[in-house]
Design a protein around this ligand. Structure first.
Ligand code: ACM
Ligand code: ZN
Length: 497
């Protein structure tokens, strides 16, 4: 029998199989949405109870024991999560047995506490219904943390009452890298509540990301005083690291950041908060009188140290609100300058991270927006998490080049299947995963989920460079040359002041 992710133990108890023609739930901790989802999957009528739940406090938080016998299913768990995961396993058992139920016993529990999926809605907006689809599919893969990347250079996506321009202006861009089509969209507070409630119904926590002090061009387009030289800049249209970032010297910047965090914390009740911290060029800070004054006041040796201070300071603000903060470790060479209670989203595994807690978001395995020529299915499946103090794993779907669900499906599947093995059971390796691949494709088909085919997901020597070349056409829209001239302009401006 194929189950993805593989359970800790599966025993077939007899040759007996019982045809199932209705589903009835005994008393459970499951949400209506989770029950509905299961019934929709089975396409069977409601009937007399045949799935029974029993609370067992001795089991771990997300653990379950499931036994099926003569068409009846008995599930033991300590929580709604255990019950939900048992149902996801039951879906796969029913599906591959033509909705007959064999007699089996399954013992199962996760290896990693955090099993995350990140969706970047900053580059391209995804509707509430699309976000819910991502969430539902996360549950199928037994993932439990939805990382919502909400603020970007190319778009601000969340209603903040204190700063209405963020959505009025910051949620719209005039065009994108490769088409001239304007794009826009944002979530109201009611939308966010709907998404968070929906995630909770599937035992998924939501971690919002407010990416600071870089990746803030959409906010800067609304409130130019947020940046060092108060320039009038549009919401970014193109790919690339932007040099105009939040000014770390002005008190008004901190006032802005705190107020946004206040409102975000009201909308997102779970304990995790992501404060970004990636790709922060220091060109403006080095020239800005406010940033330099702040640096001197704090006795910091350079602008890098100013960024470390900035991140630590924002982490403290979030901590006072009961949040565990995460930051990308993208720009760091070692972790010494960042407080140990600021956890890493470890995208760059070359950083020496000491004993710090982290989530493995390796850019070499789990950046599932990258072409399969860079990260093959095999690379994802065979990735090993090396460091201690790993809180979990996260797959990240950046969307600079993922403009709709069709492309999202192609990039995400079948990689998410391999990823969820690593997240749930510590990984079975590519060779074992490959044996389940044909089954996985049929399961994805049944669920109406698109995917890359085997020759696309593991491109051969010829296809590999082609896949990469197609992606790297983005270099044509690179702003590097523009940045060089733009930097000179700022240098002249700073000198004249
Ligand atoms: C990142 O890849 N910019 C975190
Ligand atoms: Zn500044």
């Amino acid at each position: 029998m194929n189950i993805i992710p593989a359970p800790s133990r599966l025993t077939v108890l007899s040759e007996n199989k019982t045809k199932i023609d209705s589903i009835g739930f005994g008393e459970s901790l499951l949400s209506d949405e989770a029950k509905r989802d299961f019934l929709d999957f089975c396409s069977l009528r409601d009937g007399e109870p045949n799935i029974f739940f029993k609370k067992d406090e001795n089991l771990g938080e997300e653990e379950y024991i499931m036994k099926t016998e003569n068409g009846k299913t008995y599930i033991k768990s300590a929580s709604a999560a255990g019950q939900l995961y048992a149902l996801q396993t039951l879906k796969q058992i029913l599906f591959q047995n033509g909705f007959s139920l064999p007699d089996v016993e399954i013992l199962d529990k996760p290896t990693h506490k955090i099993r995350g999926f990140m969706l970047d809605v900053g580059r391209y907006f995804y509707t509430v219904d699309e976000v819910k689809t991502f969430i539902r599919r996360m549950a199928v893969h037994k993932l439990n943390l939805f990382h919502f990347h909400l603020t970007e250079d190319q778009g601000w996506r969340i209603q903040i009452d204190a700063f209405p321009l963020l959505t009025e202006i910051g949620s719209k861009r005039t065009n994108t890298n490769f088409d001239r089509i304007p794009r826009e969209g944002y979530y109201t507070k009611a939308d966010i509540k709907e998404i968070v409630d929906y995630a909770h119904a599937f035992c998924i926590k939501v971690m919002p990301e407010f990416d600071i002090p870089g990746h803030c061009r959409a906010a800067i387009a609304c409130y130019k005083e947020l940046t060092c030289f108060e320039r009038e800049l549009p919401v970014a249209t193109h790919w690339g690291v932007k040099h105009d970032v939040l000014c770390a010297g002005k008190e008004s910047t901190y006032d802005f950041v705190y107020k946004v965090i206040d409102e975000m914390c009201e909308m997102f009740p779970d304990e995790y908060f992501h404060i970004g911290g990636d790709e922060v060029p220091k060109h403006r800070w080095d020239l800005c009188p406010h940033c330099q004054a702040k640096r001197k006041e704090l006795g910091l040796k350079d602008s890098d140290a100013l960024q470390f201070w900035f991140m630590n300071n924002i982490k403290d603000y979030c901590k006072a609100k009961g949040k565990q903060s995460f930051m990308w470790n993208w720009d760091l060479k070692n972790d010494k300058d960042i407080d140990s209670d600021l956890s890493f989203a470890l995208c760059n595994s070359d950083t020496d991270i000491g004993d710090r807690a982290y989530i493995d978001t390796s850019a070499k395995a789990y950046y599932i927006d990258l072409p399969y020529g860079y990260i093959s299915l095999r690379d994802t499946a065979d990735h090993k998490t090396k460091n201690k103090n790993c809180l979990g794993l996260e797959a990240t779907l950046w969307t600079e080049y993922v403009k709709d669900m069709k492309k999202a499906d192609y990039m995400t599947y079948p990689r998410l299947g391999a990823f969820c093995e690593n997240a749930w059971n510590g990984g079975i390796g590519y060779d074992a995963f490959e044996k389940k691949l044909e089954y996985y494709y049929s399961f994805l088909d049944y669920n109406n989920i698109g995917y890359a085919k085997p020759h696309q997901a593991n491109p051969n020597k010829l296809r590999k460079p082609l896949s990469v070349l197609w992606f790297e056409r983005r270099q044509l829209a690179w702003e590097g040359l523009h940045n060089i001239f733009d930097d000179k302009k700022i240098e002249k401006m700073a000198k004249e002041k």
